[in-house]
Design a protein around this ligand. Structure first.
Ligand code: HEM
Length: 141
């Protein structure tokens, strides 16, 4: 056996062993669990209210209700053990006619909140990928 193949086999064996004993942390854990998600949601609500590009949409929002639902929702899409008690995404945003641009502004505010919460970039990207999938359920409802 060549040295290179021997090294590859050793690396693969090492990975198999390590991967079996060291499962990747869930996104929920990486976000800091319930406390981390609560901080992130609180920061997001501050950001959207302070963003003149979309703040009008939240003018009548019951923040306590919105905060509780957004915490549950993020917990759930991050594979946490929570039940989301709010409306399905199309119903929650129906009648708002949210544009693609407004969706992007919201995501920018969310990114700022993730930075305020000092989440590592890799964790931010993992969460953003899951939120991005919801685009079609939220835009132009
Ligand atoms: C992936 C992105 C988003 C997620 C995960 C999300 C999540 C939620 C959740 C969980 C609720 C509460 C549902 C309920 O009423 O039971 C909600 C409501 C709402 N969302 Fe979103 N949303 C997103 C994007 C947006 C965007 C882009 C906008 C506007 C630019 C927006 C504006 C609102 C408003 C105004 C409400 C209603 C609050 C009220 O009852 O007054 N959301 N959203």
């Amino acid at each position: 056996m060549s040295i290179r193949i021997g090294l590859l086999l050793a690396a693969a064996g090492g990975c198999l062993g390590a991967c079996a004993t060291l499962p990747q942390a869930s996104l929920h854990q990486q976000l800091g669990g319930a406390d981390g998600i609560a901080r992130l949601v609180a920061a997001t609500i501050v950001e959207v209210h302070g963003d003149p590009r979309i703040s009008e949409l939240f003018a009548e929002t019951d923040d306590a209700y919105f905060r509780a639902r957004l915490e549950e929702f993020i917990c759930q899409i991050a594979d946490g053990d929570c039940d989301y008690a709010g409306l399905p995404m199309p119903d929650a945003h129906s009648g708002m006619d949210i544009s693609e641009r407004e969706f992007n502004y919201f995501v920018e505010d969310f990114e700022r909140a993730m930075n305020t919460s000092r989440l590592p970039l890799a964790v931010q990207n993992r969460l953003l990928a899951r939120l991005a999938r919801l685009r079609d359920e939220i835009i132009r409802q």
